[in-house]
Design a binder for this molecule. Structure first.
Ligand code: CTP
Length: 403
């Protein structure tokens, strides 16, 4: 049985040539046993007929906040849905969503929705790459909405490149994965560190790194959805988890992250250390902004505490600790060394050599290494799916360590 059986799905369709694919989405979901409510912007109705979608969904399609004399209750709809998907999403509606402009039925329902929201952009290559669009995509992600990555191929303009809406089968697969998430982590407390740390030099400058926090935030959301109580210790990141029950503790420096992690770990069943912690910090933080004086300047750095190693020492029987290693050379050997030094039960290896893996991208390719020399290789996946693979490892380790 499909995990979409009995699920209530809102599909928002906006005015892109890819709107024709929406018919296939509705068909797939209805066939899988879902109830589908279609919402369309007015321009979308020029690309595909509401009658087609009403027939496929067996429900009236809403194209306006008002229809005739009656008001379509967008608040009720927002609360009704188990998930909302906007596909295809044009640059215009993307901008409306990102700035909360509730002037059509899709944006109004979006603002009222408490359920997870997925969005599948569709646009021409240069539009997709434009910083205005990319910034809006990031804004939606920072609200916890999930980007369904665009595909590469021939576009309606004849240009070839990124910007195609994801295929209906792939979008459906993502939704199925989303609903399959079981409650195998119910009753468990999971501590996650994520994001970069910023180490101040003076009141305006810091040493930081390019971590976006995306992997750790995806882990937090996925763990919460699998029933865990999640504490997320998050360094300076634009992102925030979507799940309302996650306790997010915002920190700035490695030492603050260390203090919080050491305080929280005794209550945790698992610690997952996805943060890119700065190894060193300036020995002294200038009280005033440092002035430019000579041709050169030297910063004296001292070592930060190693959070992972500290938790590895504190670890009690039954607790699971999972770390990350981002390596550029001798990947497996370096990662295994870290796993041993820090007393991890599993280490997630990312290679910076992999296209599609690393900082500030939606995808990741990981290898899980275990102390018994086992290694499990995974394909390139989006970070939410990767998060679930890592949580499967945590869950299996619990089952092994439990009496
Ligand atoms: N880590 C941590 N605290 C630190 C440094 C690292 O908790 N001060 C954690 C990371 O979150 C990650 C793991 O340790 O899970 C490995 O991080 P990495 O930076 O690769 O390890 P380092 O020990 O700093 O090794 P390197 O010599 O490669 O910098």
């Amino acid at each position: 049985m499909s995990s979409l059986q009995g699920k209530k799905i809102i599909l928002g369709i906006t005015g892109s040539i890819a709107a024709y694919k929406a018919a296939m989405l509705v068909r797939l979901w209805v066939k899988a046993g879902a109830e589908v409510q279609v919402l369309m912007t007015e321009p979308a109705t020029h690309f595909i007929s509401p009658l087609t979608l009403a027939t496929l969904s067996k429900r009236q399609v809403l194209t306006n906040i008002h229809s005739g004399e009656s008001w379509n209750n967008h608040v009720e709809l927002g609360l009704w849905a188990d998930v909302m998907v906007v596909a295809p999403l044009t640059a215009t509606t993307l901008a409306r969503l990102s700035y909360g402009i509730a002037d059509n039925i899709i944006t109004a329902v979006y603002l009222s929705a408490r359920c997870p929201v997925f969005f599948a952009p569709a646009m021409d290559l240069d539009m997709w790459r434009h910083p205005a669009v990319q910034e809006n995509v990031q804004r939606l992600q920072s609200f916890g909405n999930r980007l369904i990555p665009v595909g590469v191929g021939e576009l309606a303009s004849g240009l070839v490149g990124e910007g195609r809406m994801a295929e209906p089968e792939d979008i459906t697969g993502l939704l199925e994965a989303h609903f399959t998430a079981s409650y195998d982590l119910a009753g468990k407390t999971v501590l996650i560190t994520a994001g970069p740390t910023y180490e101040p030099i003076d009141p305006v400058r810091f040493i930081g790194n390019r971590s976006s926090g995306r992997m750790g935030v995806a882990l937090a959301d996925a763990a919460a959805r699998r029933g865990a109580k999640v504490r997320l210790i998050l360094g300076p990141s634009k992102l925030a988890p979507a799940h309302p029950e996650i306790e997010t503790i915002r920190v700035e420096t490695a030492r603050q992250m260390y203090d919080e992690a050491v305080r929280c770990f005794p209550d945790a069943d698992a610690g997952i250390l996805a943060a890119a912690v700065a190894d060193y910090r300036p020995a002294q933080v200038a009280e005033e902004k440092i002035k430019k004086t000579g041709e050169e300047m030297t910063l004296h750095l001292i070592k930060n505490p190693d959070i992972a190693a500290a938790l590895g020492k504190m670890k009690q029987p039954g607790q699971v600790l999972i770390g990350f290693a981002l390596e550029t050379e001798n990947e497996a050997a370096n990662a295994r060394g870290k796993m041993q030094r820090k007393n991890f039960d599993c280490i997630v290896l990312n290679s910076l050599r992999d296209p599609g893996a690393g900082f500030d991208v939606d995808t990741n390719r990981i290898t899980l290494l275990y102390p018994d020399n086992n290694a499990v290789y995974f394909e390139l996946k989006n970070k939410y799916e990767v998060a679930n693979d890592i949580l499967d490892a945590a869950s299996n380790t619990f089952n092994k360590t439990m009496p």
